[in-house]
Design a protein around this ligand. Structure first.
Ligand code: ADP
Ligand code: MG
Length: 280
């Protein structure tokens, strides 16, 4: 999925909701975007139309819509940040001078490290590393992440709770990353020594990552019973869809958001998705 399709995916539900509920209060710029640029918005088919504008025209239109949606108080914080990042990314596409940077360390799994984006605290980036050598990126990082993005978007579409995904992009580790990660490790003992020592060498490097919504994870804030109930409900949905090999357990590859009172599945590497969902 390209950046523009990601933007489309973000804007369409917002448009549909406004159109149904609050037609009078839709910002003019948004109507213009949806009707002039995208005459057939009702077919949910605006990608082909939006492309007819020159790139700079699209960016101007999107920026205006972005400002109006924020001023009208239509976007949630998360939507606001997602839209901002997507328009920036669309604007910069292949330019390396304007990359986002990694921020606070969030967690790690068997293959990857997850950081907040320094520029947008409600978004995280997952970066896969060489499993034997954490100062090197996994050579298949981009392909692995695109697979995860594809599965994540399919799951979202069929109603399974997953974070919002923005896409696979390059990001930069700040030059001072070695110092900040050392400080974080000392303060919170969040990563074992043998992991962060080589990780430090990524300072200043550019890596592929999957940008997604940050889900606060604090399993201690919820009763085990309630969590079990939510987890079983969500898992039932997954299994009913014929999806197999789900490696999500209550304390692994499942995130819990107290704010949204919801659990989220992440990390679908070993999930087996039936073919019918893979054909778009
Ligand atoms: N969207 C997210 N929001 C908050 N924390 C996350 C998010 N995605 C991943 N994490 C944290 O990072 C850890 C590693 O991510 P995961 O996708 O499971 O990587 P791996 O493929 O290496 O197992 C997770 O266990 C979780 O603690
Ligand atoms: Mg994992």
């Amino acid at each position: 999925m390209n950046t523009l399709q990601q933007i489309e995916q973000l804007l369409l539900p917002i448009w549909n909701k406004l159109y149904k509920k609050d037609k009078e209060n839709i910002p003019k710029s948004f109507i213009k975007l949806m009707t002039y640029i995208i005459p057939k918005y009702k077919d949910a088919n605006f990608d082909t139309f939006i492309w007819k504008l020159k790139k700079r025209g699209i960016i101007t239109a999107l920026r205006t819509v972005q400002i109006d949606l924020i001023e009208f108080g239509i976007l949630s914080i998360n939507e606001e940040e997602s839209l901002g990042v997507l328009i920036d990314l669309f604007n910069n596409d292949s330019s390396k001078n304007n990359l986002y940077t990694t921020g606070q360390f969030i967690g790690y799994g068997a293959h990857s490290y997850v950081f907040r984006l320094r520029e947008y605290k409600n978004l995280v980036i997952k970066i896969p590393f060489n499993e034997f050598n954490f100062d090197e990126e996994n050579i298949n990082a981009k392909a692995i992440l695109e697979k995860e993005l594809e599965i994540g978007n399919i799951l979202k579409k069929i109603g399974i709770s997953v974070p919002r995904y923005l896409g696979v992009f390059q990001v930069k580790f700040p030059e001072y990353f070695d110092k900040t990660i050392e400080r974080e490790v000392k303060r919170s003992k969040i990563i074992p020594y043998f992991l962060w020592k080589p990780l430090k060498k990524n300072a200043g490097k550019i890596r592929w990552g999957l940008i997604m919504e940050f889900i606060e994870k604090d399993l201690t804030l919820v009763s085990t019973k309630r969590l079990e109930y939510l987890y079983r409900n969500e898992l039932k949905k997954v299994l009913t869809m014929g999806i197999n090999n789900v490696d999500a357990y209550m304390d692994h590859n499942v995130l819990w958001s107290r704010k949204n009172a919801k659990i989220y599945f992440i990390d679908f590497e070993s999930w087996v998705i039936p073919k019918k969902f893979l054909q778009k």
